[in-house]
Every structure is written in C-alpha cells, then in structure tokens.
Design a protein around this ligand. Structure first.
Ligand SMILES: [Zn+2]
Length: 115
C-alpha cells in the first residue's frame, strides 16, 4: 500500500486554490464569494431580461466556485491539523487513489455516498 504524499496534496490544493480565486476575481467576486465592484450588466443586451439571466448565471458560477474553494480550504485545514487522509466523518483512512484524483476529499467513499 502506498502512502499518499501530504506535501504533494498540499501543493495541489494550493494550486487549485489560486485557480479558483483567480476565476472568482474574473467574475467580479472575492474569496468569500461576495461580488466586489459594480458589475456592468445590461450593456450589449437587448433587454433587461437577458441581463438578469446573465447575472443569474454569473451568480451560479460564483456559488459553485465558492463551494469548491470551501472544500479546498477544508482539506488544507485538515493538513494543518494533521488529520488529512482520514475521513472527517468516520475517521477511517481515505483510499490514496481517491485523494490523488480529488485531493480536496475529506470523506471516504462510503461516507460521501451516504451524504
Ligand atoms: Zn468515512
């Protein structure tokens, strides 16, 4: 059985974090998922309905990026605590293959499926 390299997971997670924060910024939101600055919706749209649809889409994207960012932060917090690699729910070791595929996993497959 191979042991998953926590330092490698940490650098992957930090890279992922940078990528997510960058994407949030491009959408005009900060790390907490709050929209910063005034977004210019409306220009180039034929009507307010289209602008509203665009805004809803952006908010949906921000929401989904924020969810991913929270998962990355939770995994990083577990690395700091020294509990990374064990399930946050049942405490059993998480399959290293799962961590390699999704370093932000904090639940084992069983617990994740049950949620
Ligand atoms: Zn579990």
């Amino acid at each position: 059985m191979t042991t998953f390299d926590v330092q490698q997971a940490r650098s992957l997670l930090l890279e992922e974090r940078d990528r997510l924060v960058h994407q949030l910024k491009e959408l005009g939101a900060d790390e907490s998922g709050e929209l910063t600055g005034e977004l210019e919706f409306g220009e180039g749209f034929a009507d307010a309905g289209a602008a509203t649809a665009e805004r809803t889409e952006v908010l949906g994207l921000v929401e989904s990026l924020k969810t991913q960012l929270d998962a990355v932060d939770a995994a990083l917090a577990r690395i700091e605590e020294g509990t990374y690699g064990t399930c946050a729910s049942c405490g059993k070791p998480i399959n290293p293959a799962r961590l390699e595929a999704r370093p932000e996993s904090i639940y084992c497959v069983d617990c994740k499926t049950r949620r």
